[in-house]
Design a protein. Structure first.
Length: 100
């Protein structure tokens, strides 16, 4: 997985030219990331996204090899509730100042 700020070298091997259609807002995001990280090279951003997709597919393959998902929807919801940030933080009471 590539992370912001990492330097992506030229891709080894053969590359292929493709034509894709994306929403205007997505293209703006791709161009912004390309400018910030790769000197404006949108192809480098696409290569970064492709590497991330390959990693996700590998994770999917591993889960399948291990027998598939083992949590039920109810299990996942329970974990979500348990790990959710709590907004009911205890309030600190301030000590009253003593009169001099």
């Amino acid at each position: 997985m590539c992370y912001p700020g990492s330097i992506m070298s030229k891709r080894a091997g053969t590359t292929e030219k493709i034509s894709i259609s994306v929403r205007s807002s997505d293209l703006a995001s791709l161009r912004k990331r390309a400018k910030r990280l790769y000197g404006g090279n949108v192809s480098a951003v696409i290569a970064e996204l492709a590497a991330d997709a390959a990693l996700l597919e590998g994770m999917h393959d591993l889960v399948e090899r291990l027998g598939g998902l083992s949590l039920t929807e109810e299990d996942r919801e329970s974990l979500d509730r348990e790990w959710a940030p709590r907004s009911d933080k205890p309030t600190r009471k301030r000590k009253a100042k003593k009169a001099a």
